[in-house]
Design a protein around this ligand. Structure first.
Ligand code: AMP
Ligand code: FE
Ligand code: FE
Ligand code: ZN
Length: 282
C-alpha cells in the first residue's frame, strides 16, 4: 500500500485541479491520497467525482494555525483528516481565515505597488482562480513581471519571505485541535520541524498539544532532515502519537512529486479508526 496524506490542488496553492490530483495519484502508484488544501474543503467534491477505480481518497485540509506565547507567536500548519465539513464552528473558522487571506493579499499588493511594482489584486485573484489565496499566487505575479524566476525565489526575504510579507489571522492552534476533534476529525501536526519555512515551535508545545487532543505528527516530509525525522518519530513514540509521511505535493509550485514520502499502512489505519466525521472514499 502506497499512502500519501498531504496534497494541494487549485482549491488552494497547488497547480493541478482536484480531478488531476487524483489522476496523478494513480500515475504515481498510490493506493491512498489525501487532498489537504489550505483552509478549505472546496476541492473535495471534484476529487471525489473524478476518483479513479482502486484509489482511496481521504478528505482533509491543512489549517493555518498560530501558537500564541506571551507577546511572541509562531505560525504552524495542522493537517485535519476526515472531519465533518458541516460542523458549524470549524467551517466558520476556516471561512474567517480565508477572508483574512483576502485582506492580507490586498495589503501585500499595496506594499508592492508602493515600491513601484505593477501589481493588482485582480491579477493575484486570477492566479488563485477561486481557490484559497496565498503567497504562491503573489509569487506568480512576481514571476510574470520577471522579478523572480521561480516560486521558491519569490519566498526569499527580499520578497514574500519578509519584505512584502503581511501576517494573516491564523487559528489559535489549541482551538484548532479542539475544533477538529469536535468535528470528528484527526489532527496531525504538519512538518513540525520545517525550519526552512520559518521559526519552529519547541517540543514542549508538542507535548502540550498531545495533551490537548493532537493525534499525530508528520515525520517523513521533504523539509525534515534525516536527523529531524528520527527526532520527531521518537517524540511521537514517547507521546503515543501516530506518525505520517507525505509529499506535500503542490503541482508545479514545488518540485516535490506525489508519493515522494509515504505513510505506513498501520498508521493510516489508526487515522481511519480514530476518525468519526467522514469515511475514506473508495
Ligand atoms: P501562505 O499560506 O499564503 O502564507 O503561503 C505559504 C505557502 O507558500 C506554503 O503552503 C507553500 O505552499 C508555499 N511556500 C512556502 N515557502 C516556500 C518556499 N520556500 N518555496 C516555495 N513555496 C513555498
Ligand atoms: Fe501551500
Ligand atoms: Fe504546510
Ligand atoms: Zn501543505
Amino acid at each position: 500500500m502506497r499512502i500519501d496524506l498531504h496534497a494541494h490542488s487549485t482549491a488552494s496553492d497547488g497547480t493541478l485541479r482536484p480531478a488531476q490530483v487524483v489522476e496523478a495519484a494513480v500515475e504515481a502508484g498510490l493506493d491512498v491520497v489525501a487532498l489537504t488544501d489550505h483552509d478549505t474543503t472546496s476541492g473535495w467534491a471534484e476529487a471525489q467525482a473524478a476518483l479513479p477505480a482502486g484509489l482511496t481518497l481521504i478528505r482533509g485540509a491543512e489549517l493555518s494555525c498560530r501558537w500564541y506565547n506571551g507577546s511572541d507567536s509562531i505560525g504552524l500548519h495542522l493537517l485535519a483528516y476526515l472531519f465533518d465539513p458541516s460542523d458549524a464552528a470549524l467551517a466558520a473558522e476556516l471561512e474567517r481565515v480565508r477572508e483574512s487571506r483576502e485582506r492580507r493579499a490586498e495589503r501585500m499588493v499595496e506594499l508592492l505597488r508602493a515600491d513601484g511594482i505593477d501589481a493588482s489584486i485582480e491579477e493575484v485573484r486570477g492566479y488563485a482562480a477561486g481557490g484559497t489565496i496565498g503567497r504562491p499566487h503573489l509569487a506568480a505575479l512576481l514571476i510574470r513581471r520577471g522579478l523572480v524566476g521561480t516560486v521558491s525565489e519569490a519566498f526569499a526575504p527580499e520578497w514574500l519571505g519578509a519584505r512584502y510579507r503581511v501576517r494573516k489571522e491564523d487559528i489559535d492552534v489549541f482551538r484548532a485541535v479542539a475544533l477538529v476533534r469536535a468535528a470528528g476529525g484527526v489532527p496531525v501536526f504538519a512538518h513540525p520541524r520545517a525550519s526552512v519555512r520559518g521559526r519552529i515551535v519547541p517540543d514542549s508545545l508538542i507535548v502540550e498539544l498531545a495533551g490537548a487532543g493532537l493525534l499525530g505528527l508528520e515525520v517523513e516530509h521533504e523539509d525534515h532532515s534525516p536527523a529531524e525525522r528520527v527526532h520527531v518519530r521518537e517524540l511521537a513514540g514517547e507521546l503515543g502519537l501516530l506518525v505520517t509521511g507525505s509529499s506535500d505535493f503542490h503541482g508545479a509550485n514545488k518540485t516535490v512529486k506525489l508519493g515522494a514520502n509515504t505513510t505506513d499502512p498501520q498508521e493510516y489505519q489508526k487515522i481511519v479508526e480514530l476518525a468519526h466525521g467522514l469515511e475514506p472514499v473508495r
